[in-house]
Design a protein around this ligand. Sequence first.
Ligand code: 16G
Ligand code: ZN
Length: 531
Amino acid sequence: MAQFQEVLKQSSLHPKPAGLVLQYGTAGFRTNAKQLDHVMFRMGLLATLRSKKTKATIGVMVTASHNPEEDNGVKLIDPMGEMVTPAWEGYATQLANAEQEDMLTALKDIIEKETINMSQEANVFVGRDTRCSSLSLSQAVLDGVTAVGGHSKDYGLVTTPQLHYMVCCQNTEGKYGEATVEGYYNKLSQAFIRLAKNAPNCTDDQKHLCVDGANGIGALKVREMESLLKTELQISIFNDGTKGKLNYQCGADFVKVQQKPPTGILMNTGERCCSFDGDADRIVYYYVDSEEQFHLLDGDKIATLISTFLKELLTQAGLDLKIAVVQTAYANGSSTDYLENTMKVIVRCTKTGVKHLHHAAQEFDIGVYFEANGHGTVLFSKAAEQKIQQLANDPNTDDERKRAALLLQNTVNIINQTVGDAISDMLLIEAILAIKGMTVQQWDAIYTDLPNRQLKVKVLDRRVIDTTDAERRALSPPGLQEAIDTLVKKYRKARSFVRPSGTEDVVRVYTEAETQESADALAHEVSLAVY
Ligand code: 16G
Ligand code: ZN
Protein backbone atom coordinates (compact mmCIF):
# COMPACT_ATOMS: atom_id res chain seq x y z
CA MET A 1 0.00 0.00 0.00
CA ALA A 2 1.08 3.55 -0.73
CA GLN A 3 0.63 4.35 2.95
CA PHE A 4 3.32 1.89 3.96
CA GLN A 5 5.66 3.18 1.24
CA GLU A 6 5.42 6.57 2.89
CA VAL A 7 6.12 5.05 6.32
CA LEU A 8 9.23 3.35 4.94
CA LYS A 9 10.44 6.49 3.26
CA GLN A 10 9.93 8.65 6.32
CA SER A 11 11.34 6.02 8.64
CA SER A 12 14.63 6.06 6.74
CA LEU A 13 14.96 9.72 7.76
CA HIS A 14 14.75 8.59 11.40
CA PRO A 15 17.01 5.55 11.33
CA LYS A 16 17.56 3.30 14.31
CA PRO A 17 21.14 2.76 15.47
CA ALA A 18 21.68 -0.96 14.90
CA GLY A 19 21.66 -3.09 18.03
CA LEU A 20 20.24 -0.41 20.31
CA VAL A 21 17.69 -1.89 22.73
CA LEU A 22 15.43 0.28 24.88
CA GLN A 23 12.47 -0.51 27.06
CA TYR A 24 9.16 1.29 27.61
CA GLY A 25 9.57 1.64 31.38
CA THR A 26 7.50 3.06 34.23
CA ALA A 27 7.33 6.45 32.58
CA GLY A 28 7.85 5.55 28.92
CA PHE A 29 11.20 5.53 27.12
CA ARG A 30 13.94 7.48 28.81
CA THR A 31 17.62 7.75 27.89
CA ASN A 32 20.20 10.11 26.41
CA ALA A 33 18.43 12.36 23.92
CA LYS A 34 20.85 11.41 21.13
CA GLN A 35 19.47 7.89 21.04
CA LEU A 36 15.84 8.79 20.72
CA ASP A 37 15.06 10.15 17.25
CA HIS A 38 13.88 6.82 15.81
CA VAL A 39 11.93 6.07 18.99
CA MET A 40 10.07 9.36 18.67
CA PHE A 41 9.18 8.76 15.03
CA ARG A 42 7.95 5.27 15.83
CA MET A 43 5.93 6.50 18.83
CA GLY A 44 4.25 8.89 16.42
CA LEU A 45 3.32 5.84 14.33
CA LEU A 46 2.17 3.87 17.35
CA ALA A 47 0.11 6.70 18.83
CA THR A 48 -1.68 6.97 15.49
CA LEU A 49 -2.48 3.25 15.54
CA ARG A 50 -3.67 3.57 19.13
CA SER A 51 -5.89 6.45 18.07
CA LYS A 52 -7.37 4.41 15.21
CA LYS A 53 -7.94 1.52 17.58
CA THR A 54 -9.63 3.54 20.34
CA LYS A 55 -11.31 5.96 17.89
CA ALA A 56 -10.13 8.70 20.23
CA THR A 57 -7.37 11.28 20.55
CA ILE A 58 -4.08 10.00 21.97
CA GLY A 59 -1.32 12.09 23.56
CA VAL A 60 2.45 11.91 23.13
CA MET A 61 4.58 13.81 25.63
CA VAL A 62 8.26 14.42 25.01
CA THR A 63 10.02 14.79 28.36
CA ALA A 64 12.46 13.13 30.72
CA SER A 65 10.89 14.78 33.77
CA HIS A 66 13.42 15.15 36.62
CA ASN A 67 16.27 13.46 34.75
CA PRO A 68 19.28 15.45 33.49
CA GLU A 69 18.96 17.96 30.67
CA GLU A 70 20.94 15.67 28.34
CA ASP A 71 18.30 12.95 28.61
CA ASN A 72 14.91 12.87 27.05
CA GLY A 73 11.95 10.55 26.90
CA VAL A 74 8.51 9.91 25.51
CA LYS A 75 5.26 8.71 26.97
CA LEU A 76 1.91 7.84 25.41
CA ILE A 77 -1.35 9.09 26.91
CA ASP A 78 -4.57 7.12 26.57
CA PRO A 79 -8.03 8.61 25.83
CA MET A 80 -9.07 9.53 29.38
CA GLY A 81 -5.68 11.11 30.03
CA GLU A 82 -4.34 7.99 31.71
CA MET A 83 -1.19 5.97 31.02
CA VAL A 84 -1.32 3.67 28.01
CA THR A 85 -2.33 0.04 28.73
CA PRO A 86 0.35 -2.64 29.39
CA ALA A 87 -0.23 -4.46 26.07
CA TRP A 88 0.58 -1.27 24.18
CA GLU A 89 3.64 -0.65 26.33
CA GLY A 90 4.78 -4.01 24.99
CA TYR A 91 4.09 -2.93 21.40
CA ALA A 92 6.00 0.28 22.06
CA THR A 93 9.05 -1.72 23.12
CA GLN A 94 8.79 -4.06 20.12
CA LEU A 95 8.38 -1.26 17.62
CA ALA A 96 11.20 0.83 19.11
CA ASN A 97 13.62 -2.09 19.07
CA ALA A 98 12.87 -3.48 15.59
CA GLU A 99 15.95 -3.03 13.39
CA GLN A 100 15.46 -0.61 10.51
CA GLU A 101 14.69 -3.32 7.94
CA ASP A 102 12.18 -5.04 10.27
CA MET A 103 10.33 -1.92 11.34
CA LEU A 104 7.49 -2.27 8.84
CA THR A 105 6.93 -5.90 9.76
CA ALA A 106 6.75 -4.94 13.44
CA LEU A 107 4.24 -2.22 12.60
CA LYS A 108 2.10 -4.56 10.50
CA ASP A 109 2.21 -7.10 13.31
CA ILE A 110 0.57 -4.67 15.69
CA ILE A 111 -2.03 -3.69 13.08
CA GLU A 112 -2.89 -7.34 12.62
CA LYS A 113 -2.91 -8.30 16.30
CA GLU A 114 -5.17 -5.39 17.17
CA THR A 115 -7.22 -5.69 13.94
CA ILE A 116 -6.79 -2.00 13.29
CA ASN A 117 -8.85 -0.45 10.54
CA MET A 118 -6.30 1.70 8.75
CA SER A 119 -8.94 3.85 7.11
CA GLN A 120 -10.18 5.01 10.53
CA GLU A 121 -9.32 8.67 11.27
CA ALA A 122 -6.63 9.31 13.85
CA ASN A 123 -5.80 12.27 16.03
CA VAL A 124 -2.69 12.77 18.15
CA PHE A 125 -1.84 15.60 20.57
CA VAL A 126 1.87 16.27 21.04
CA GLY A 127 3.58 18.27 23.80
CA ARG A 128 7.14 18.84 24.94
CA ASP A 129 9.20 20.15 27.85
CA THR A 130 11.91 22.82 27.71
CA ARG A 131 14.90 20.54 27.00
CA CYS A 132 17.10 21.64 24.07
CA SER A 133 16.46 18.31 22.36
CA SER A 134 12.67 18.37 22.77
CA LEU A 135 11.83 20.51 19.75
CA SER A 136 13.42 18.24 17.16
CA LEU A 137 12.31 15.09 18.96
CA SER A 138 8.70 16.25 19.05
CA GLN A 139 9.03 17.02 15.33
CA ALA A 140 10.02 13.38 14.84
CA VAL A 141 6.82 12.33 16.64
CA LEU A 142 4.79 14.60 14.37
CA ASP A 143 6.54 13.11 11.31
CA GLY A 144 5.52 9.65 12.51
CA VAL A 145 1.88 10.67 12.88
CA THR A 146 1.81 12.21 9.40
CA ALA A 147 3.59 9.25 7.80
CA VAL A 148 0.77 6.91 8.73
CA GLY A 149 -1.98 9.36 7.83
CA GLY A 150 -2.90 10.72 11.26
CA HIS A 151 -3.87 14.28 12.19
CA SER A 152 -1.84 15.94 14.86
CA LYS A 153 -2.01 18.99 17.05
CA ASP A 154 1.23 20.32 18.40
CA TYR A 155 0.71 21.97 21.81
CA GLY A 156 4.38 22.94 21.90
CA LEU A 157 5.70 23.74 25.37
CA VAL A 158 3.31 22.32 27.98
CA THR A 159 3.66 20.52 31.29
CA THR A 160 3.06 16.77 31.21
CA PRO A 161 -0.19 17.09 33.20
CA GLN A 162 -1.41 19.82 30.86
CA LEU A 163 -1.12 17.45 27.92
CA HIS A 164 -2.95 14.71 29.84
CA TYR A 165 -5.66 17.27 30.58
CA MET A 166 -5.99 18.27 26.90
CA VAL A 167 -6.40 14.65 25.83
CA CYS A 168 -9.11 14.05 28.42
CA CYS A 169 -10.96 17.29 27.50
CA GLN A 170 -10.86 16.41 23.82
CA ASN A 171 -12.23 12.91 24.33
CA THR A 172 -15.02 13.94 26.68
CA GLU A 173 -16.28 16.58 24.26
CA GLY A 174 -15.47 19.43 26.58
CA LYS A 175 -17.19 17.96 29.66
CA TYR A 176 -13.91 17.94 31.51
CA GLY A 177 -12.97 21.39 30.24
CA GLU A 178 -11.74 23.14 27.13
CA ALA A 179 -8.75 21.50 25.43
CA THR A 180 -6.62 24.63 25.43
CA VAL A 181 -3.95 25.96 27.75
CA GLU A 182 -6.17 29.00 28.42
CA GLY A 183 -9.07 26.67 29.23
CA TYR A 184 -6.86 24.90 31.74
CA TYR A 185 -5.79 28.15 33.39
CA ASN A 186 -9.34 29.43 33.56
CA LYS A 187 -10.80 26.26 35.05
CA LEU A 188 -8.13 25.93 37.73
CA SER A 189 -7.85 29.59 38.63
CA GLN A 190 -11.62 30.04 38.91
CA ALA A 191 -11.89 27.07 41.24
CA PHE A 192 -8.94 28.41 43.24
CA ILE A 193 -10.41 31.89 43.64
CA ARG A 194 -13.75 30.40 44.71
CA LEU A 195 -12.03 28.24 47.31
CA ALA A 196 -9.84 31.07 48.56
CA LYS A 197 -12.91 33.29 49.06
CA ASN A 198 -13.69 30.99 52.00
CA ALA A 199 -10.62 32.28 53.78
CA PRO A 200 -11.45 35.94 54.37
CA ASN A 201 -8.92 36.40 57.18
CA CYS A 202 -5.91 35.41 55.15
CA THR A 203 -3.06 37.93 55.58
CA ASP A 204 -0.78 39.09 52.77
CA ASP A 205 2.05 37.12 54.35
CA GLN A 206 0.03 33.94 54.16
CA LYS A 207 -0.80 34.67 50.54
CA HIS A 208 2.83 34.47 49.50
CA LEU A 209 4.56 31.40 48.12
CA CYS A 210 8.05 30.73 46.73
CA VAL A 211 8.14 28.32 43.81
CA ASP A 212 11.27 26.57 42.54
CA GLY A 213 10.48 25.82 38.91
CA ALA A 214 13.44 23.40 38.47
CA ASN A 215 14.49 25.59 35.51
CA GLY A 216 11.79 23.82 33.55
CA ILE A 217 8.38 24.11 31.95
CA GLY A 218 6.52 24.54 35.28
CA ALA A 219 8.11 27.93 35.85
CA LEU A 220 7.01 29.12 32.42
CA LYS A 221 3.47 27.95 32.94
CA VAL A 222 3.07 29.38 36.45
CA ARG A 223 4.20 32.69 35.02
CA GLU A 224 1.48 32.52 32.35
CA MET A 225 -1.11 31.88 35.06
CA GLU A 226 0.11 34.27 37.75
CA SER A 227 -2.11 37.22 36.88
CA LEU A 228 -5.26 35.11 37.24
CA LEU A 229 -4.33 34.19 40.81
CA LYS A 230 -2.73 37.29 42.20
CA THR A 231 -5.62 38.62 44.29
CA GLU A 232 -5.41 35.48 46.42
CA LEU A 233 -1.87 34.22 45.87
CA GLN A 234 1.39 36.01 45.16
CA ILE A 235 4.05 33.77 43.76
CA SER A 236 7.81 34.40 43.62
CA ILE A 237 9.29 32.15 40.98
CA PHE A 238 12.89 30.95 41.31
CA ASN A 239 14.85 28.73 38.95
CA ASP A 240 12.72 29.87 36.05
CA GLY A 241 15.14 28.61 33.40
CA THR A 242 16.59 31.99 32.48
CA LYS A 243 19.92 31.24 34.19
CA GLY A 244 20.22 27.77 35.66
CA LYS A 245 20.25 24.34 34.13
CA LEU A 246 17.17 22.11 34.11
CA ASN A 247 16.85 19.98 37.29
CA TYR A 248 20.44 20.80 38.24
CA GLN A 249 20.63 21.09 42.02
CA CYS A 250 17.02 22.10 42.11
CA GLY A 251 13.54 20.73 41.58
CA ALA A 252 11.32 18.33 43.51
CA ASP A 253 13.45 15.23 43.00
CA PHE A 254 16.63 16.94 44.18
CA VAL A 255 14.91 18.38 47.25
CA LYS A 256 13.24 15.09 48.17
CA VAL A 257 16.27 12.86 47.68
CA GLN A 258 18.86 15.28 49.11
CA GLN A 259 16.53 16.51 51.85
CA LYS A 260 17.80 20.05 51.43
CA PRO A 261 16.68 23.29 49.75
CA PRO A 262 17.39 23.77 46.05
CA THR A 263 20.09 26.19 45.01
CA GLY A 264 18.90 29.39 43.39
CA ILE A 265 16.10 30.14 45.85
CA LEU A 266 15.98 32.94 48.41
CA MET A 267 14.21 31.61 51.49
CA ASN A 268 13.39 33.57 54.61
CA THR A 269 13.03 31.75 57.93
CA GLY A 270 9.70 30.00 58.17
CA GLU A 271 8.65 30.90 54.62
CA ARG A 272 6.50 28.44 52.66
CA CYS A 273 8.28 27.16 49.54
CA CYS A 274 7.66 24.43 47.00
CA SER A 275 9.57 22.75 44.20
CA PHE A 276 8.25 21.33 40.92
CA ASP A 277 10.10 18.72 38.90
CA GLY A 278 11.23 19.23 35.30
CA ASP A 279 7.85 18.50 33.68
CA ALA A 280 5.72 19.77 36.59
CA ASP A 281 3.95 16.57 37.55
CA ARG A 282 5.51 16.48 41.02
CA ILE A 283 5.57 18.93 43.90
CA VAL A 284 7.06 19.00 47.38
CA TYR A 285 6.86 21.75 50.03
CA TYR A 286 9.44 22.83 52.60
CA TYR A 287 10.63 25.56 54.94
CA VAL A 288 13.64 26.35 57.09
CA ASP A 289 13.07 27.05 60.80
CA SER A 290 14.81 29.58 63.06
CA GLU A 291 17.49 26.99 63.85
CA GLU A 292 18.26 26.67 60.12
CA GLN A 293 16.73 23.21 60.19
CA PHE A 294 15.21 22.14 56.87
CA HIS A 295 11.68 20.68 56.97
CA LEU A 296 10.35 18.74 54.00
CA LEU A 297 6.63 18.23 53.38
CA ASP A 298 6.57 15.49 50.79
CA GLY A 299 3.83 13.58 48.98
CA ASP A 300 2.82 11.82 52.19
CA LYS A 301 2.27 15.10 54.02
CA ILE A 302 0.37 16.41 51.00
CA ALA A 303 -1.88 13.32 50.92
CA THR A 304 -2.55 13.74 54.63
CA LEU A 305 -3.46 17.42 54.28
CA ILE A 306 -5.76 16.81 51.31
CA SER A 307 -7.46 13.72 52.71
CA THR A 308 -8.05 15.40 56.10
CA PHE A 309 -9.62 18.37 54.34
CA LEU A 310 -11.85 16.15 52.21
CA LYS A 311 -12.89 13.95 55.12
CA GLU A 312 -13.90 16.98 57.18
CA LEU A 313 -15.93 18.35 54.28
CA LEU A 314 -17.68 15.02 53.75
CA THR A 315 -18.69 14.99 57.42
CA GLN A 316 -19.92 18.59 57.26
CA ALA A 317 -21.84 17.87 54.06
CA GLY A 318 -23.31 14.68 55.54
CA LEU A 319 -22.16 12.74 52.49
CA ASP A 320 -21.45 9.07 52.91
CA LEU A 321 -18.60 8.58 50.46
CA LYS A 322 -15.74 6.15 50.87
CA ILE A 323 -12.37 7.87 50.89
CA ALA A 324 -9.01 6.13 50.69
CA VAL A 325 -5.36 7.10 50.46
CA VAL A 326 -3.10 5.14 48.11
CA GLN A 327 0.63 5.08 48.83
CA THR A 328 3.73 3.10 47.83
CA ALA A 329 6.43 1.37 49.86
CA TYR A 330 8.26 4.70 50.03
CA ALA A 331 5.52 6.25 52.18
CA ASN A 332 6.95 7.26 55.51
CA GLY A 333 5.80 4.85 58.24
CA SER A 334 4.57 7.76 60.34
CA SER A 335 2.22 8.88 57.58
CA THR A 336 0.68 5.45 57.18
CA ASP A 337 0.28 5.16 60.94
CA TYR A 338 -1.34 8.60 61.19
CA LEU A 339 -3.73 7.97 58.30
CA GLU A 340 -4.82 4.56 59.51
CA ASN A 341 -4.92 5.07 63.25
CA THR A 342 -5.66 8.75 63.82
CA MET A 343 -7.57 9.74 60.69
CA LYS A 344 -9.07 6.34 60.27
CA VAL A 345 -9.06 6.35 56.49
CA ILE A 346 -8.47 3.31 54.34
CA VAL A 347 -4.84 3.08 53.19
CA ARG A 348 -3.69 0.99 50.23
CA CYS A 349 -0.12 0.29 49.15
CA THR A 350 0.76 -0.35 45.50
CA LYS A 351 3.87 -0.75 43.39
CA THR A 352 5.78 2.39 42.41
CA GLY A 353 4.59 4.14 39.25
CA VAL A 354 1.62 6.36 38.67
CA LYS A 355 -0.44 3.81 36.77
CA HIS A 356 -0.53 1.47 39.77
CA LEU A 357 -1.60 4.16 42.21
CA HIS A 358 -4.10 5.63 39.79
CA HIS A 359 -5.68 2.25 39.22
CA ALA A 360 -6.01 1.52 42.95
CA ALA A 361 -7.47 4.96 43.65
CA GLN A 362 -10.21 4.36 41.07
CA GLU A 363 -11.74 1.72 43.33
CA PHE A 364 -13.05 4.28 45.83
CA ASP A 365 -15.59 7.10 45.79
CA ILE A 366 -12.68 9.42 46.51
CA GLY A 367 -9.15 8.10 46.03
CA VAL A 368 -6.28 10.34 47.12
CA TYR A 369 -3.01 9.00 45.77
CA PHE A 370 0.49 10.33 46.29
CA GLU A 371 3.95 8.95 45.94
CA ALA A 372 6.32 10.22 48.62
CA ASN A 373 8.25 11.93 45.80
CA GLY A 374 5.34 14.33 45.32
CA HIS A 375 3.49 12.83 42.39
CA GLY A 376 -0.22 12.55 43.09
CA THR A 377 -3.78 13.68 42.68
CA VAL A 378 -7.33 12.94 43.78
CA LEU A 379 -9.85 10.86 41.83
CA PHE A 380 -13.59 11.27 42.29
CA SER A 381 -15.92 8.57 41.01
CA LYS A 382 -18.73 9.71 38.71
CA ALA A 383 -21.24 8.83 41.45
CA ALA A 384 -19.31 10.88 44.01
CA GLU A 385 -19.21 13.89 41.69
CA GLN A 386 -22.94 13.62 41.08
CA LYS A 387 -23.77 13.44 44.79
CA ILE A 388 -21.62 16.48 45.50
CA GLN A 389 -23.21 18.41 42.67
CA GLN A 390 -26.75 17.48 43.70
CA LEU A 391 -26.15 18.63 47.24
CA ALA A 392 -24.54 21.88 46.11
CA ASN A 393 -27.52 22.64 43.85
CA ASP A 394 -30.29 21.50 46.22
CA PRO A 395 -32.23 24.56 47.45
CA ASN A 396 -33.20 22.70 50.63
CA THR A 397 -29.61 22.15 51.76
CA ASP A 398 -28.84 24.07 54.96
CA ASP A 399 -26.01 26.62 54.97
CA GLU A 400 -23.30 24.52 56.56
CA ARG A 401 -23.90 21.55 54.30
CA LYS A 402 -24.11 23.79 51.27
CA ARG A 403 -20.81 25.47 52.08
CA ALA A 404 -19.14 22.07 52.41
CA ALA A 405 -20.71 20.84 49.16
CA LEU A 406 -19.52 23.94 47.29
CA LEU A 407 -16.01 23.53 48.67
CA LEU A 408 -16.06 19.91 47.51
CA GLN A 409 -17.32 20.96 44.10
CA ASN A 410 -14.50 23.47 43.67
CA THR A 411 -12.01 20.88 44.84
CA VAL A 412 -13.23 18.60 42.07
CA ASN A 413 -12.65 21.44 39.61
CA ILE A 414 -9.23 22.48 40.85
CA ILE A 415 -7.75 19.01 40.79
CA ASN A 416 -6.36 17.46 37.61
CA GLN A 417 -7.86 14.00 37.81
CA THR A 418 -5.92 12.67 34.85
CA VAL A 419 -2.50 12.58 36.55
CA GLY A 420 -0.40 14.24 39.27
CA ASP A 421 -0.06 17.94 38.48
CA ALA A 422 2.26 20.28 40.38
CA ILE A 423 0.29 23.42 39.47
CA SER A 424 -3.09 21.97 40.34
CA ASP A 425 -1.80 20.35 43.54
CA MET A 426 -0.12 23.60 44.54
CA LEU A 427 -3.37 25.53 44.13
CA LEU A 428 -5.35 22.99 46.13
CA ILE A 429 -2.77 22.97 48.94
CA GLU A 430 -2.65 26.76 49.00
CA ALA A 431 -6.45 26.92 49.17
CA ILE A 432 -6.63 24.34 51.98
CA LEU A 433 -3.98 26.11 54.07
CA ALA A 434 -5.82 29.41 53.58
CA ILE A 435 -9.24 27.97 54.41
CA LYS A 436 -7.95 26.17 57.48
CA GLY A 437 -5.88 29.20 58.50
CA MET A 438 -2.98 26.81 58.80
CA THR A 439 0.70 27.69 58.58
CA VAL A 440 3.21 25.41 56.90
CA GLN A 441 4.62 24.70 60.38
CA GLN A 442 1.22 23.57 61.68
CA TRP A 443 0.78 21.38 58.64
CA ASP A 444 4.23 19.90 59.20
CA ALA A 445 3.37 19.16 62.84
CA ILE A 446 0.42 16.86 61.96
CA TYR A 447 2.87 14.00 62.36
CA THR A 448 6.63 13.65 62.52
CA ASP A 449 8.40 11.76 59.73
CA LEU A 450 10.60 8.87 60.68
CA PRO A 451 14.17 9.67 59.58
CA ASN A 452 14.82 7.94 56.29
CA ARG A 453 17.38 7.45 53.57
CA GLN A 454 17.31 6.56 49.89
CA LEU A 455 20.36 5.21 48.10
CA LYS A 456 21.00 3.77 44.69
CA VAL A 457 23.30 0.85 44.07
CA LYS A 458 24.86 -0.06 40.73
CA VAL A 459 24.75 -3.81 40.15
CA LEU A 460 25.56 -6.06 37.22
CA ASP A 461 21.96 -6.95 36.50
CA ARG A 462 19.23 -5.29 38.50
CA ARG A 463 16.64 -7.70 37.11
CA VAL A 464 17.85 -10.48 39.41
CA ILE A 465 15.89 -8.67 42.11
CA ASP A 466 12.28 -9.66 42.08
CA THR A 467 9.85 -8.19 44.59
CA THR A 468 6.42 -8.92 46.01
CA ASP A 469 3.92 -7.34 48.44
CA ALA A 470 3.90 -3.99 46.60
CA GLU A 471 7.71 -4.06 46.39
CA ARG A 472 8.07 -4.32 50.15
CA ARG A 473 9.71 -7.75 50.10
CA ALA A 474 12.35 -9.32 47.84
CA LEU A 475 11.60 -12.79 46.44
CA SER A 476 14.96 -13.16 44.76
CA PRO A 477 17.92 -13.44 44.78
CA PRO A 478 17.66 -16.10 47.47
CA GLY A 479 18.71 -14.95 50.92
CA LEU A 480 18.44 -11.22 50.22
CA GLN A 481 15.18 -10.67 52.11
CA GLU A 482 16.47 -12.70 55.07
CA ALA A 483 19.60 -10.57 55.13
CA ILE A 484 17.51 -7.38 55.10
CA ASP A 485 15.29 -8.72 57.89
CA THR A 486 18.32 -9.44 60.06
CA LEU A 487 19.75 -5.95 59.50
CA VAL A 488 16.42 -4.24 60.15
CA LYS A 489 16.11 -6.00 63.53
CA LYS A 490 19.24 -4.21 64.74
CA TYR A 491 17.47 -0.83 64.76
CA ARG A 492 14.43 0.62 66.46
CA LYS A 493 11.33 1.46 64.39
CA ALA A 494 13.26 0.35 61.33
CA ARG A 495 12.03 -0.71 57.91
CA SER A 496 13.81 -1.27 54.63
CA PHE A 497 13.19 -2.53 51.13
CA VAL A 498 15.06 -2.74 47.85
CA ARG A 499 13.66 -2.61 44.33
CA PRO A 500 15.06 -2.45 40.82
CA SER A 501 14.50 1.01 39.36
CA GLY A 502 12.08 1.24 36.46
CA THR A 503 13.83 4.27 35.01
CA GLU A 504 17.58 3.85 35.66
CA ASP A 505 19.99 0.96 35.64
CA VAL A 506 20.27 0.83 39.43
CA VAL A 507 18.75 -0.84 42.48
CA ARG A 508 17.07 1.50 44.94
CA VAL A 509 17.45 1.07 48.68
CA TYR A 510 15.05 2.66 51.16
CA THR A 511 15.38 2.67 54.92
CA GLU A 512 13.73 4.38 57.83
CA ALA A 513 14.49 4.20 61.54
CA GLU A 514 14.13 6.06 64.81
CA THR A 515 17.18 8.25 64.19
CA GLN A 516 18.86 9.57 61.05
CA GLU A 517 22.10 7.86 62.06
CA SER A 518 20.30 4.52 62.21
CA ALA A 519 18.52 5.09 58.89
CA ASP A 520 21.86 5.99 57.25
CA ALA A 521 23.73 3.06 58.79
CA LEU A 522 20.99 0.64 57.83
CA ALA A 523 20.92 2.01 54.26
CA HIS A 524 24.64 1.44 54.00
CA GLU A 525 24.37 -2.12 55.32
CA VAL A 526 21.46 -3.00 53.07
CA SER A 527 23.36 -1.63 50.05
CA LEU A 528 26.19 -4.01 50.84
CA ALA A 529 23.73 -6.90 51.05
CA VAL A 530 22.47 -6.04 47.55
CA TYR A 531 25.87 -6.45 45.89
C1 16G B 1 8.59 7.36 37.14
C2 16G B 1 7.17 7.34 37.60
C3 16G B 1 7.08 7.75 39.05
C4 16G B 1 7.95 6.86 39.87
C5 16G B 1 9.35 6.82 39.33
C6 16G B 1 10.13 5.75 40.01
C7 16G B 1 5.23 7.84 36.24
C8 16G B 1 4.57 8.86 35.39
N1 16G B 1 6.37 8.24 36.79
O1 16G B 1 9.12 8.65 37.18
O2 16G B 1 5.76 7.63 39.44
O3 16G B 1 8.00 7.30 41.20
O4 16G B 1 9.32 6.50 37.95
O5 16G B 1 11.37 5.64 39.41
O6 16G B 1 4.77 6.74 36.41
P1 16G B 1 12.31 4.43 39.68
O7 16G B 1 11.59 3.18 39.22
O8 16G B 1 13.52 4.77 38.92
O9 16G B 1 12.54 4.43 41.16
ZN1 ZN C 1 7.91 14.46 36.28
